[in-house]
Design a protein around this ligand. Structure first.
Ligand SMILES: [Zn+2]
Length: 155
């Protein structure tokens, strides 16, 4: 992956737009885009409430979208941008889709499986290893989550 910081921030802003769609449905605001050759080929947001589907995390929706547009289950040469560190399920799915690069905004100390709780994306025992970069628009990605949980506690 050789995107400039400016480009990475632009893609992360697109992921944040997806997170805002989740927010409109009053659900945990996480968004994701998948980029190939500088073009977005998949988009997704957390849609557990909207669709009443337990597994419909932002990354899963974006992978499904990219699989459809590529007409392939393999997402080689792609970079996945997600606002929050992927969970165990999504980290597994990133490996299954053969995505080589992941950029995420903020860590998830409670559920993160890309460095926090587990490190599935770089575990040498698995046959697919991923280049991981963190901290792109970290404060924006964290803030939308913090606002959501603060407002929910007020209700
Ligand atoms: Zn997930």
């Amino acid at each position: 992956m050789n995107y400039t910081l400016e480009e990475k921030e632009a893609f992360m802003r697109e992921a944040l737009k997806e997170a805002e769609i989740a927010l409109e449905h009053d659900e945990i605001p996480i968004g994701c885009v998948i980029v190939k050759d500088g073009k977005i080929i998949g988009r997704g947001h957390n849609a557990r409430e909207e669709l009443q589907r337990a597994v419909m995390h932002a990354e899963i929706m974006a992978i499904e979208d990219a699989n459809l547009s590529e007409e392939s289950w393999r997402l080689l040469d792609c970079t996945l941008f997600v606002t929050i560190e992927p969970c165990v399920m999504c980290s597994g799915a990133i490996g299954l889709a053969r995505i080589p690069n992941v950029v995420y905004g903020a860590k998830n100390q409670k559920f993160g499986a890309a460095g926090s709780l587990y490190d599935i994306l770089t575990d040498e025992r698995l046959n697919h290893r991923v280049d991981v970069e963190t901290g792109v628009l970290e404060s924006e990605c964290a803030a939308i989550m913090q606002d959501f949980f603060r407002n929910r506690r007020k209700k």
